[in-house]
Design a protein around this ligand. Structure first.
Ligand SMILES: [Zn+2]
Length: 80
């Protein structure tokens, strides 16, 4: 279970990504881009609400309501 800052609940990280895409918010800019140490060993800067690591394609996402808090970023799998 994943809980967003607004209280929205998602059964999986993937369903959170689906929701952001449903809201057409996947390309929305992060107000505060997140530096992430990706599991591929590279440091990436997440600039949009759904972001794929340019090196390994790991997909990261955050809901619009939680975008200012990097603790709410989830990992949804490679090339999700
Ligand atoms: Zn990566």
């Amino acid at each position: 279970m994943v809980i967003a800052k607004c209280g929205c609940e998602f059964s999986t990280n993937q369903s959170l990504v689906d929701k952001v895409r449903e809201l057409a918010a996947q390309d929305k800019q992060m107000s505060n881009p997140a530096l992430i140490d990706c599991e591929c060993g590279k440091q990436i800067e997440m600039t949009t609400l759904v972001y794929k690591c340019p090196h390994c394609k790991m997909t990261y996402a955050v809901t619009p309501c939680s975008a200012d808090d990097h603790n709410f970023i989830v990992k949804a799998g490679i090339d999700y």
